[in-house]
Design a protein around this ligand. Sequence first.
Ligand code: ATP
Length: 320
Amino acid sequence: MKTIGVLTSGGDAPGMNAAVRAVVRTGLENDMRVVGIYNGYEGLMSGDVAEMNLRSVSNIVQRGGTVLRTARSMEFMTDRGQEKAADMCHRLGIEGVVVIGGDGSFRGAQALSRKGINCVGIPGTIDNDISCTDLTIGFDTAVNTVMQMVDMVRDTTESHSRCSVIEVMGRKAGYIALYSGIAVGATSILIPEFEYDFDIDVVERMKKTISTGKQHFIIIFAEGCGDATEMARQIERETGVESRATILGHVQRGGSPTVNDRVLASRMGNYATRLLRDDCSSRVVAIKNDTIVDYDIEEALQMEKEIDIDIYRMAHEISI
Ligand code: ATP
């Protein structure tokens, strides 16, 4: 009987549990043994694992975070660490591992594949910044959380005729900012992919809307664009509108996954496990035009994904 393991690695994302559940159930239904590996590659090196049965993953499809917990491991970045993990796999009889995480976790999966352990990656990260896939597990939940939070901030922003600069996650990727910005009707959306001009893209936009009677403003600001508090100060100085920064922070990672994330995670978990059943290795699962596909990890890591400038332009055209 084939034995496979499943781990979550890097930052946690809502929907990871639904993916773990799908891996466990698909594995067992296909006559494989499945072990859960705790704390990502750390747990793989130390053998921190638990045998999974059908009931081990009951009642987790709706939970945020990851029941397997997650970690970042410096030791696993080294050849010795990877040897240690491969040795542990041999000792525990683990022939294949499903790795749920981001690009870094996929590099780890590629390294482990080279040590003879079949690995398949599943994209789990709220940032949606994995090039090979249209969507990552956790993104939909994160943007819905941001939308709900901004809707709440808006009540006070409106009551006081203020401007709220909302900082959302995304150091290098503006997907959370762009999609939540559209959903809340932000006056300006600032993302790291496109350089912005403070006078044109913020001040002039605000002044234009003030001239048409608008009295409160939401600016969505991806964290990679700088300092939201400083931006609020500058806005107040230039427009005279009282401005406050709200930094949403880790709340964006939490919460019960949306329908879209649960379904995506279930499909990807099922597909990844079938790849391991069929002895595939060094693959990453992705969704393209609503179809689940897989790529070689090397190829996937070299792909580039560009945020859609038409969506960015559309967002600004309709938010004045
Ligand atoms: P997130 O998008 O949430 O940051 P990630 O998977 O990209 O997720 P990383 O911290 O980059 O997060 O990677 C997770 C773990 O994967 C690292 O702690 C490390 O153990 C392993 N890893 C990352 N890069 C490599 C690499 N080049 N070789 C081997 N292992 C790696």
